[in-house]
Design a protein around this ligand. Structure first.
Ligand SMILES: [Ca+2]
Ligand SMILES: [Ca+2]
Ligand SMILES: [Ca+2]
Length: 269
């Protein structure tokens, strides 16, 4: 049995070596993305006139998903409150587009524009502005982030958010035209031309990390390769419910998890 297992592993390794992935495929394969907004500035114009700087925010992690079903599972869902440290619970899916693709670097743009129903009470949201809370009826939200994806040595997530190692770093690219957040809304949730205000966040400084090999591919120990160590961890935990070793999150470490490790055996970053 063990010999068969190792032979299968060697075959998978040979197959894995043949694939020369574009860097965006490696980003997609990693499934997770850690991200930190280090600062920026904002202005609010219209019914309110305010401006200031955006403080560095705690790092967050995202799971890549294919929100628009275009086959590219690099979309992320941003929570505006989480992002800006404001008392806002509004989620914006950012749809990924490959601007420039390559085997050593790529440029990915995440963007979306949401037009919200001005009569929907869901979008009347308390916003904490300079210490006072103002209810705002959001009617328009637009966001874009564009990043250069580059390889770094496979290492633990520098932002400390991901349980698997990372080997890709993403830094802002394309300036303010491609890195911004914009929102329009009516203050006091009173829909009237005189209550309309627009907020713009620019000069965004951020950093992200991703890649690596996720548990779902059989990298159960989170390092930079799928090898004997993962195989042994699965065998050692076989029949248990060990969450770290359960590659498909079905509650049991069994044949399916073993096959996942074997299928991807030899893959490394
Ligand atoms: Ca997509
Ligand atoms: Ca591993
Ligand atoms: Ca399982």
């Amino acid at each position: 049995m063990m010999r068969k297992v190792l032979a299968l592993g060697a075959l998978s390794a040979a197959m894995a070596t043949m694939a020369h992935a574009q860097i965006q495929n490696e980003l997609e394969r990693g499934e997770f993305f850690s991200w930190k907004l280090n600062g920026g500035s904002y202005t609010i114009t219209g019914a309110l006139n305010l401006g200031g700087t955006i403080d560095p925010q705690p790092a967050v992690s995202f799971f890549f998903t294919d929100a628009n079903n275009d086959g590219l599972a690099l979309d992320i869902v941003l929570n505006l409150g989480q992002l800006l440290g404001l008392d806002v619970d509004l989620e914006v899916p950012l749809i990924a587009q490959v601007v420039q693709s390559g085997s050593n670097s790529a440029i990915i743009r995440w963007s979306n524009t949401l037009n919200l129903d001005p009569n929907d009470p869901t979008f009347c949201i308390p916003v904490n502005l300079s210490g006072s809370t103002v209810n705002v009826q959001f009617i328009f939200v637009q966001g874009a982030l564009q990043g250069l994806v580059e390889r770094i040595g496979c290492q633990s997530d520098p932002l400390g958010e991901l349980s698997q190692n990372v080997h890709l770093r993403i830094t802002p690219n394309g300036g303010d035209a491609n890195n911004f957040l914009r929102a329009r809304g009516h203050v006091f949730c009173f829909v009237n031309p005189f209550t309309l205000a627009e907020a713009n966040a620019n000069s965004l400084s951020w950093i992200g990390y991703g890649g690596g090999l996720p548990k779902s591919l059989g990298n159960v120990n989170g390092d930079c390769t799928i090898d004997d160590a993962d195989l042994l961890q699965v065998l050692f935990n076989f029949g248990s419910n060990d969450a770290d070793t359960d590659t498909n999150d079905d509650g049991t470490v069994d044949d399916a998890d073993l096959l996942t490790v074997l299928f991807n055996f030899g893959t490394s970053v």
